[in-house]
Ligand binder design. Structure first.
Ligand code: ZN
Length: 262
């Protein structure tokens, strides 16, 4: 059986869909940690309170047309808004490239959207809100059962590997440093990811996430920005680890096996 591979108009369409969802993620990222409503009030300029007109709310395009400034008071709009839209669009296209139009696609796209919002909130506030991790966990279970994508045991094992291993690491960290090094939010996030991608990709997420976290964290310690044992937001590394594991996990694994058994 030859597998149909998507063509560029399909990638453009899923990039567009991703940027629209990214635009909504911006609202989640800015309002959820403050406990504000996601629906009300409508988007407005934080400086002059001018409401954002519909044509100024087109993902990416409006930012370019407005040259990054509010149409009313000309105060600069944060580059984070188009960045979140562009990253969401690009990752959606990347996931489509990996899976094609398979039934798992909506599951992986939902996870990607959640991971972008959670990473941005973790970087800004050092918190991973339950409102997102627990809703995401429920979303993963419901979608998996409705779409009948993989065996339910795979999902449970994924959650056990995700939740259990990180809980154990947190415990070891607390014993080593005699203080909490990993938040419970990280453990819940890893459990949520496990539900979405199953045990094998979750194991890959750890290896890649810890590698990335060690690389960046080690760099920050060497540069003097952080102290050894100081708490860092681990969510973005778990998020990046799970995407890399999902997209390139098999390739990395074959490369590693090739190195080990030459
Ligand atoms: Zn303004």
């Amino acid at each position: 059986m030859t597998q149909y591979s998507p063509q560029w108009p399909e990638y453009a369409a899923i990039f567009g869909l991703g940027s629209i969802i990214g635009s909504f993620l911006n609202v989640v990222i800015h309002r959820l940690p403050k406990g504000k409503s996601l629906a009300y009030p409508a988007s407005h300029c934080p400086n002059c309170k001018r409401p954002v007109r519909p044509w100024e709310n087109i993902p990416l395009l409006s930012f370019i047309l407005l040259r990054g400034k509010c149409a009313g008071c000309k105060s600069p709009i944060s580059w984070r808004y188009p960045a979140v839209e562009a990253v969401t669009g690009a990752l959606f296209a990347l996931i489509l490239w990996k899976t094609g139009w398979r039934i798992e696609l909506p599951i992986y796209l939902l996870m990607t959207a959640l991971l972008i919002a959670l990473s941005a909130i973790d970087i800004a506030t050092m918190r991973l809100p339950n409102a997102l991790t627990l809703t995401g966990a429920i979303g993963a279970i419901v979608l998996t059962l409705v779409l009948r994508t993989h065996f339910w045991l795979d999902m449970i094992l994924g959650a056990v590997v995700g939740f259990g291993l990180l809980y154990l690491m947190g415990l070891i960290g607390s014993l080593l440093f005699r203080k909490e090094t990993l938040g419970l939010g990280d453990v819940k996030l890893a459990g949520m990811i496990g539900l979405f991608i199953g045990p094998a990709y979750t194991a890959g997420m750890y290896l890649i996430g810890i590698f990335l976290g060690g690389l960046v964290g080690g760099g920050l310690i060497l540069a003097g920005g952080k102290k050894w044992g100081e708490k860092i937001p681990f969510g973005p590394y778990l998020a990046a680890g799970s995407i890399v594991s999902l997209v390139w996990g098999e390739k990395l694994w074959r490369w590693y096996i090739g190195l080990a058994f030459r």
